[in-house]
Design a protein around this ligand. Sequence first.
Ligand code: DQA
Length: 148
Amino acid sequence: MKPVSILVMNGPNLSRLGKREPEIYGSLTLDDINRGLADAFPEVTFEFFQSEYEGALLEKLFELEDRGGCSGVVLNAGALTHYSIALRDAISAVIMPVVEVHLSNVHKREGFRRTSVISEVCVGVIGGFGADSYHLGVQDLLKRVEKE
Ligand code: DQA
């Protein structure tokens, strides 16, 4: 089996999971989600990163790319999904495939959440399955590595 390394990157407010609107985002913390991924996919080398700052997410992508990249990125950009052209441009600028994920079904919520400025430059979009959205994102990246 080929070595697989995946960056799981979370944007603003996702550090508050567990406390933040549990009726929408569930009761798991971000650490719980990350631990769940590491347990479910022992064959994957994960890097986990979260920031409240747009620029920090861009810097993380570029730093990783400059280190030689990874098999792919599972990205929950939070609200940046809906308006960050800078994040969109950064995703376009890197070679690594990026899967857009959301805990909630953004299409069932406020109208402004139906717009994603990053979907077009991501390899796919997964939303509405809680922590499983991240697991499905990792599964997709594993399949991509197998096909290479
Ligand atoms: C989210 C959905 C976004 O609209 C919101 O701003 C978030 C979380 C989700 O995981 O469902 O912060 O990305």
